[in-house]
Design a protein around this ligand. Sequence first.
Ligand SMILES: [Zn+2]
Length: 408
Amino acid sequence: MWDGRRIGLSTSAQCRTLAQARKEIDWIASLPSAAGQDVLRSLNQAYQNWWNPEHPAARPTFKRRSSALSFSLPHDATDVRHVSRKWSEVWVPKMGWVRFRRHRPINGVVRGATFSYSPGGGWKVSFGVAAKPILAPPSNKGAVGVDFGVACSAYLSSEDAPRLMAPTLTKGEEQRLLGLERRKARQLAFAKRHNDGTYSNRLKKTNQEIAQLRARQARRRNDFTHKLTCDLAKNHGLVGIEDLSVKNMTASAKGTVEEPGTNVRAKAGLNREILNNAPFERSRQLTYKVRRHGAVLVKVPPRNTSRRCSNCAVIDAQNRPGCGRTFACVACGHQDHADHNAARNIELLARTRAHADPTQTAGPAGARSKGRAHDSTGRRKPSQGRKAVGGSVKPIRSEQSGPMGRVA
Ligand SMILES: [Zn+2]
């Protein structure tokens, strides 16, 4: 449509088409109309973001079979009432009142609800709430630099030992996952050869079991990430981190057909580890958590942080002998754990930056952005943007929009 006639489809026109489709197609009609309209609004917003040169969003893509199940309702299609101290009910069109376990108070006016499903976790409901932004006064606590790494999940400049993320899967679970993946490959091959690619019930069950294990892994990773960022924001006045462009870090090593990359397998494994340690998610969480605790987040350029001596500031590639995690300065003989040395450099840089330009350090505005334009403009609130589904068209402050409760 757009390519041919330069005509865009407005959301309202699409909603009229949706109303027509609901009359004619049964399975579309079984979804509440408000939820369907919300999908169209999200789609519209996704395209607006893509067309906006200031916005980092890429071209909207189709959902995959493996995408998380979720749907959203605007505020006029839903309602919440409390049943007891722990239980509440949310109104879902076509279903009525659905009871859920309330994990935290809803402080403010509900502006919309998102229902999401995770295998093994069941259904969850999160509310967008119109609430005042939580801005704490400056906490005036100490400064800290953090080096997020692969070998050490996080190394604080103020600590002598790294914070290690416990393995997200136990040995037994890893074995089981491997077995399930093999079973899936076998069942897929069978489906292709004998069943025209139709998934058997056993294959569906295998997929579900894999999804459950992966969901458990994600919950453990989230737990570590939240506890780490909370501790950093709560107990420090200034948090320095490296401004890493995750995209560049994990760029595929495959290369092109003409120039194939080297060490593809190794890089793929490293990428998995980097993403397992979720550096971008940590930085995103820190951005909103420091505001709640009156701290300041400073992102420093990662250049040379691992090669500079934190004792005498000499930069030399020879400072990292061998491939181990030891740092040994060739100039002054200072020895340290490489990640701790980096963390101390980050802290020093962060302090210098905060001192040089105090206005430039409040949240994401101080970040040196690489390809993420909204970081440098600072106009988009970090708490608003990332949700793909959910009333993102309205200026909802979703400070409170964590998982609110589990649907019973
Ligand atoms: Zn030195």
